[in-house]
Ligand binder design. Structure first.
Ligand SMILES: [Zn+2]
Length: 171
């Protein structure tokens, strides 16, 4: 029995390709399974472990092809999966399935999208309001400077006028 070198769990997934990369369905550790020899073990980081979503017991003597066909058959039966293609890429057989997505899940995704759009709109609104605030502040500042300048000019004119009056009174 092959077990995870990290947590000793027996629920593991071995990729049926030349790489023989195996992954623990419990802790998410990965390693190379070379016969009974395990090497290049990578322990799963915190929270990044791929969790098992289904537990399938495989009786002795069942090949990986039998298992794959059984899983596809079960997905066709229970989840109305549709086989849309099969191929062998790099020596690895592939089966492409199309699965109907339940309406609730679709709505959930749309709801999430709408949520993020609203969030983005709020951000834009906030940034526009901040810019508007800054614009109003500089406008008020400019008006203040202008009225200050006008007052200074009026004072200058008044000073010149009183100087002229003083001069004409003196002469
Ligand atoms: Zn493990």
């Amino acid at each position: 029995m092959v077990a995870c070198p990290s947590c000793r769990c027996a629920r593991i997934l071995i990729h049926v390709d030349a790489g023989r990369r195996a992954r623990c369905l419990d802790c998410g550790a990965t390693w190379l399974q070379d016969g009974a020899w395990q090497h290049s073990v990578t322990a799963a980081g915190n929270g990044s472990a791929a969790r098992a979503v289904a537990k399938i017991s495989v009786p002795n003597g069942v090949s990986s092809m039998d298992l794959a066909l059984a899983v596809v058959g079960e997905l066709q039966r229970a989840a109305r999966a549709e086989v849309v293609g099969h191929d062998v890429a790099g020596g690895v057989p592939e089966i492409t399935l199309r699965l109907p997505v339940p309406l609730t899940r679709r709505l959930e995704l749309q709801y999430m999208q709408i949520g993020s759009t609203i969030e983005r709109a709020k951000e834009l609104y906030r940034s526009v309001m901040e810019n508007r605030e800054a614009l109003l502040t500089s406008l008020a500042l400019a008006q203040e400077v202008r009225s200050h300048n006008r007052a200074a000019l009026e004072q200058l004119v008044a000073t010149r006028e009183s100087a002229r009056q003083l001069l004409s009174a003196a002469s």
